[in-house]
Every structure is written in C-alpha cells, then in structure tokens.
Design a protein around this ligand. Structure first.
Ligand SMILES: [Ca+2]
Ligand SMILES: [Ca+2]
Length: 142
C-alpha cells in the first residue's frame, strides 16, 4: 500500500519535462486563441445606433482610405471637429455612407467613443465597435 502511493507520487512529481513543456505551450496558445476569439466576437455589439448629431461639428479635411485592405483607397473619409476638440469621421464608398466614428475628449464617459457601421447598407447603423477594434467596408458597399 505504501509502495503504491510512493510510486504514484513519483509519477506525479516527475513527468517527462520536455513533453510537459510542449503540452503546456500548446495549451497556452489554444487558450490565447480562444480568448482572442471570444474578445473579437464579443467586440461587435448589434442593435440600432444613431449617427452623431452633427450640429456641433464642423467639417475639417477629406481623404481617401482603403476600407477592405486590397490596396485601393475606395472609401472617402470626411472628418469633423467640434469646439470641445471631439473628432468624428464618416466613411463613404460608392456614394453610400456606411460608418461613423466618434472620438471625444471625455473618454471616461465610456459610451462616448465608438464606431457604428451599417453592415447591410439598409441605411440603419446596426453594429457598434470600440475605437481600437477592426472594422471593414461591408460587401454591399463595394
Ligand atoms: Ca480597398
Ligand atoms: Ca444596417
């Protein structure tokens, strides 16, 4: 009885080190992948979101951007500013305005900073992202 216990404890405390490390590394990368996936999928919020009220914003510069990563800058960016220093921009492709981004000076307000996207080009903004999250030109606006 005593011997068996001893054997078991030896097996437990001395596993083949290399194999254990490899298994641990694999498990870690799997966990990281799952966390990343969970964060990425939780990042987009669905609903109906109103575009920013533009009465306090003044248009600033315009530029072009690549909204789908193909190297072609097919999207027009119209930037706005207000007296508080808040920044906003709209993204338009083929005449269709499909996203708004708002970046305020009062980030601690939580919901004040966002990107909203019209994912199906029906004119209603149905997705909301954080400012540091990736979003793309919807297929319907290409
Ligand atoms: Ca592009
Ligand atoms: Ca929509």
């Amino acid at each position: 009885m005593r011997l068996v216990n001893r054997k078991r404890s030896i097996l437990k405390t001395k596993p083949p080190r290399a194999r254990n490390l490899q298994a641990r590394t694999r498990a870690t990368s799997l966990v990281l992948a799952l966390i990343f996936y969970a964060t990425a999928s939780a990042a987009v919020e669905s609903g109906v979101f109103q575009p920013p009220a533009l009465d306090q914003f003044i248009p600033s510069d315009k530029s072009d951007a690549d909204g789908d990563g193909d190297g072609v800058e097919e999207t027009q960016v119209q930037r706005y500013r207000n007296l508080d220093g808040d920044r906003a921009f709209s993204l338009t492709t083929n005449g269709r305005l499909w996203a708004w981004s708002v970046d305020t000076e009062r980030s601690e307000a939580g919901n004040a900073d966002y990107v909203i996207r019209d994912s199906d080009c029906d004119g209603s903004f149905d997705e909301r992202y954080g400012l540091d999250e990736e979003f793309h030109l919807p297929d319907c606006a290409k």
